[in-house]
Design a protein around this ligand. Structure first.
Ligand code: 9D3
Length: 252
């Protein structure tokens, strides 16, 4: 037995745990890692907390033109990704993925992505993410592979890739050891369904604008109360949906 097997499962800091794994199926593998190679997710890859692998869907086309799409049955605009090609790519990705990984299709018709789902996916061994292009993917392959369809919001992207990057980013920052202690603590205070209060730093006067006087008063009880009131005001104003939920929950 060597040092590595000795440490297995001991929860030490020696990187003994298998990395969280993201396998991304795309027609544009060159878009990755993109923003996931920088900042927090980039550092976390270097630290061995997670890994990213792309699968080029076009490699699974079977004709000499490497066709991945075809006309929609029933007519209408645009093209549809072929089920046989997408399924062959999925078979390879799922075989590579750790047991228990969650298979997802990024789709504008999917269920809205949430922080709760990010927490659940971060707790899984990894994800297999199918990025659509054209009008969409043949519905039969989504059904046959029991893919969970996820959307990142009510706006139209050019494809699933930027949505996959958002999902991965949201999960990766929740992996153990990825955020520093200070960043993790900040997390909890804003998980009570409120938007954040506004932030200020030096200089105390900038372009004739002063920092709210309470923040330089040294009265920490008053500062806490001001921040809470600002958070509530902003939430009620900008996010009536969140505000209503919170009112129902806390019965103020
Ligand atoms: C006119 C019909 N369009 C649906 C709104 C077709 C269409 C537009 C854009 C089909 C796919 C796309 C590409 N978008 C995604 O793949 C996507 C997406 C999005 O556009 N918004 C929010 N979340 C997501 S997840 C994947």
């Amino acid at each position: 037995m060597n040092a590595t097997t000795d440490m297995a499962g001991k929860g030490g800091t020696g990187g003994a745990k298998a990395p969280w794994r993201a396998l991304v199926l795309t027609l544009y593998p060159g878009m990755f890692p993109g923003p996931l190679g920088a900042s927090i997710p980039g550092r976390a890859v270097e630290d061995g907390a997670w890994s990213l692998e792309t699968v080029d869907i076009r490699d699974f086309a079977s004709d000499r033109h490497r066709t991945v799409d075809d006309l929609p049955f029933g007519g209408g605009p645009g093209m549809v990704m072929k089920p046989d090609v997408v399924d062959a790519a999925l078979a390879v990705a799922i075989a590579k993925a750790p047991e228990g990984s969650v298979a997802i299709c990024l789709s504008p018709r999917g269920k809205p992505f949430t922080q709760d789902r990010a927490r659940e996916l971060a707790a899984a061994p990894g994800v297999v993410l199918l990025c659509g292009r054209f009008e969409g993917i043949d519905a039969r392959v989504v059904e046959a592979r029991e893919l969970e369809e996820i959307s990142i919001g009510d706006f139209v992207l050019s494809g699933g890739e930027p949505a996959a990057m958002c999902l991965i980013d949201a999960c990766v920052r929740l992996l153990p050891g990825v955020l520093g202690a200070a960043e993790s603590l900040g997390e909890e205070s804003f998980e009570d369904g409120l938007l954040e209060y506004p932030h200020y730093t030096r200089p105390a006067i900038w372009q004739d604008r002063e920092v709210p006087a309470v923040l330089t008063s040294g009265n920490h009880a008053k500062i806490r109360a001001w921040r809470r009131a600002e958070a509530e005001r902003l939430t009620a104003e900008r996010r009536p949906d969140l505000w209503a939920k919170r009112q129902a929950r806390t019965k103020h």
